[in-house]
Write a protein that binds this ligand. Sequence first.
Ligand code: IMP
Length: 199
Amino acid sequence: MKILIATTNIGKIKEFQEILNKKKIFEIFTLNDLNISVDVEETGNTFEENAEIKATFYSKLSKMPTISEDSGLVIDSLNGEPGIYSARYGGENLNDNDRVELVLKKMTKIHKEERSARFISVICGVGFGSRALFSRGELEGFISSSKQGNKGFGYDPIFSPIGDNATLATKEIDEKNKISHRRKSIEIFLNKLIKDKIV
Ligand code: IMP
């Protein structure tokens, strides 16, 4: 089955490919492969709403079954920030490293036991049946006091899973993909497709 993974985030695309290529269920296309460069505004108030906005928009454009993902980092001591604003936290002109520095700065006075956080991944699939399909995966952890590692993307250099002192940015992609929020949401999504006899 040919599907579109509707994201331009290279980090996400690599992780989706690493997980899905092993399953040999889909032939994956990206927005780049289809020469689609138009953006859609994420006007939703939840991960679910934003994932559906993206999947609906790009499935109409591509006329292909489309998977989109909205994800982010939820930090308890920052009242859930950056949350759905993770990709644009601090303003559009910051890069990943600037955003990591911003979080560390906001959390300088917060003690280890109050640095709990989680990554959330919500997938929406449109074009796999008559209605949109959703799945959600979460990874519990904490925000480290300094940056560590240079692999991965986004907030990986400051996020350590529970029980692990190393951040996600110290892990190879296949190691991260064994435990990640994205891995969990993809597995749940695939199980729904299998249950509904779509694949
Ligand atoms: P989206 O493209 O609007 O879903 O934005 C997701 C944002 O959340 C990314 O740009 C990252 O800042 C952050 N994020 C999501 N998943 C991860 C991850 O696995 N590692 C690090 N940051 C992530």
